[in-house]
Design a protein around this ligand. Sequence first.
Ligand SMILES: NC(=O)c1ccc[n+]([C@@H]2O[C@H](COP(=O)([O-])OP(=O)(O)OC[C@H]3O[C@@H](n4cnc5c(N)ncnc54)[C@H](OP(=O)(O)O)[C@@H]3O)[C@@H](O)[C@H]2O)c1
Length: 323
Amino acid sequence: MRYRRLGRWGLKVSEVTLGTWLTHGGAADGDTATTCTRRAYELGVNMFDTANIYPRGNEGAAERVLGAALSVFRRETYVVGTKVYAFMGDGPLERGLSRKHIMAQIDHSLRRLGMDHVDLYQCHRYDVETPLDETARTMNDLVVQGKILYWGVSQWSEEQLEQAVALCQANGWAPPVSNQPRYSALWRECEPRVLPACERLGMGVLAYSPLDHGVLTGKYQPGSSAPAGSRAATASHARLFDQFFDDDLLGAVQRFRELAEQAGYTAAQLALAWCLRQPTVSSVVVGASSLPQLEENAAAGVLDVEPELVDAATKILDPVRVT
Ligand SMILES: NC(=O)c1ccc[n+]([C@@H]2O[C@H](COP(=O)([O-])OP(=O)(O)OC[C@H]3O[C@@H](n4cnc5c(N)ncnc54)[C@H](OP(=O)(O)O)[C@@H]3O)[C@@H](O)[C@H]2O)c1
């Protein structure tokens, strides 16, 4: 496994991060999620991503499963990122980035994870109803208390990133060290402005859904129904695929898959290598609902995919990209 610094910071994370969104406490049964987590660690994955809200409907279960799976390893050898912001109840205090909500949620997350600190505490979205200085000061206080080591954000705009870093610098507070945008060869929204801002600010980039929920593995064929057991075949998740289930797009993904296989890789591996071609990307945050998927994806952190192949992949997918 290769490792990259999280932006300008000293924290070195594996190029492949294991995510837990719909798998841990959700689509993957407890044994599978535990086996995948421990195998990932054995393969050199040292970064694990979760959130208080995962998976929706069984909130907190992902943190519980992840924490138990990792408890057999030495705490100083892996990095756990979790998140706060999403609604955890119906009341006005049970969502967002207020000091009140963050202080309550960090304790719940620590208890579920069975840990005394979170390595990377991420603001899941920007909260327009809370002043940025309230959130940033609270995060700094958590760093000082030792409950978190670093804080980061997810899906923040370049203006929001710049304001947060400037505010922390002006006040001597610990600044956010990372952003977690959605990023893949079909979802390039963050490329023109957010990625350059992260680079300028020295922030790490954790690219989430790099396989577009599995679309970039090539398992969804034009004109065919989704394979049984896949995420798209799960009624509650089908809407995630609305923008991808188009014959031109799925046909291009089949050509992308052929390109990968001719070179000796799988489509998933080429899709992950495509994101990692950007030095600004610290790690790809990828999900796996079975051990073979996990092993296939983790291998992306050891393969040396030629830049020409990545360019050829871009030529195939660029005309059908969603953003
Ligand atoms: N910050 C945020 O707002 C945010 C949002 C979403 C996700 N995330 C993070 O990013 C992580 C990954 O997101 P994601 O699960 O949407 O994205 P993904 O990695 O693009 O998709 C993962 C899914 O694709 C399928 N898959 C993965 N590898 C495969 C392989 N080698 N062969 C065939 N199918 C494969 C599996 O689904 P099936 O087997 O069920 O088809 C798997 O659960 C999450 O777990 C979470 O930690 C963050």
